[in-house]
Design a protein around this ligand. Structure first.
Ligand SMILES: NC(=O)c1ccc[n+]([C@@H]2O[C@H](COP(=O)([O-])OP(=O)(O)OC[C@H]3O[C@@H](n4cnc5c(N)ncnc54)[C@H](OP(=O)(O)O)[C@@H]3O)[C@@H](O)[C@H]2O)c1
Length: 214
């Protein structure tokens, strides 16, 4: 029996399956759900994410230690916060008006998108990561700990215990986790920020975020 945290991935588009695959490879039990009947994702799960268990979203979350939210932000307004109440939620989502359209909820530029997600998921603990790397790179760029070309990923959250747990997942999957001080610094990981889409080592990443956070 695995002692790795159980991960439920909500979203079976581009990002969800990529995260599910790397999590399975790292030894995590993984369930995955889209917005509806798991029968609709049974075949792609079997072919693209062997080892993951397709479920209804509520069933996927039920026994999960960590929930990965990998849905487009234009679908977030219809997402029921009660589904993930009391859960640690990894927010992989980006606000991208060219594809999401203008979403009033995310137009308040005083806040990063994950702060807005956290406010709406008030009974969950939100940690932002995996949002600033392309889904197609996630497997190609992972490396074992200590590899000279291992890439860094930022991990931002307000709850230090939750950040530690998520950072362990990031490290286990194959990236150096760089902890950012609070969800508000998750803005540094967003589109237009200094590390978005960039492949950087830990020192490069730390320099890039500290220059902006200063
Ligand atoms: N593309 C990238 O490289 C990349 C990288 C990092 C982060 N992101 C971010 O990751 C998020 C997902 O992007 P994507 O490209 O994977 O999107 P996508 O391909 O459009 O996939 C969307 C998935 O979300 C599911 N979904 C929607 N509402 C749901 C709900 N309430 N519960 C469960 N599942 C739900 C959809 O299920 P149905 O088919 O049943 O509707 C579908 O499986 C976005 O916010 C994006 O900004 C993208």
């Amino acid at each position: 029996m695995s002692e790795r945290p159980r991960i439920a991935v909500l979203g079976a588009g581009h990002v969800g399956p990529a995260i599910a695959r790397v999590a399975i490879a790292a030894g995590h039990p993984v369930t995955i759900a889209a917005s509806g009947d798991p029968a609709k994702i049974a075949l792609i799960t079997q072919v693209l994410i062997p080892g993951a268990e397709p479920r209804w979203a509520a069933d996927a979350v039920e026994d999960a230690d960590i929930v990965v939210l990998a849905i487009p932000l234009h679908r977030f307004a219809a997402f029921d916060p009660a589904l993930v109440a009391g859960r640690l939620v990894i927010d992989t989502m980006n606000y991208w008006p060219p594809t999401d359209g203008v979403q009033e909820l995310f137009e308040d530029r005083r806040y990063g998108s994950s702060e807005i997600v956290q406010r709406r998921l008030a009974r969950s603990t939100v940690v932002k990561t995996f949002n600033h790397t392309g889904y197609h790179e996630l497997e190609a760029e992972l490396r074992p700990a200590g590899a000279p070309d291992r890439r860094a990923l930022g991990v931002a959250g307000d709850d230090p215990g939750a950040v530690d747990l998520v950072a362990e997942v990031v490290e286990r999957v194959g990236y150096d986790a760089v902890r950012l001080d609070g969800l508000r610094h998750g803005r540094l990981l967003e589109p237009g920020g200094p590390v978005f889409g960039a492949s950087m080592s830990r020192p490069e990443f730390e320099r890039a975020v500290s220059a902006e956070a200063a």
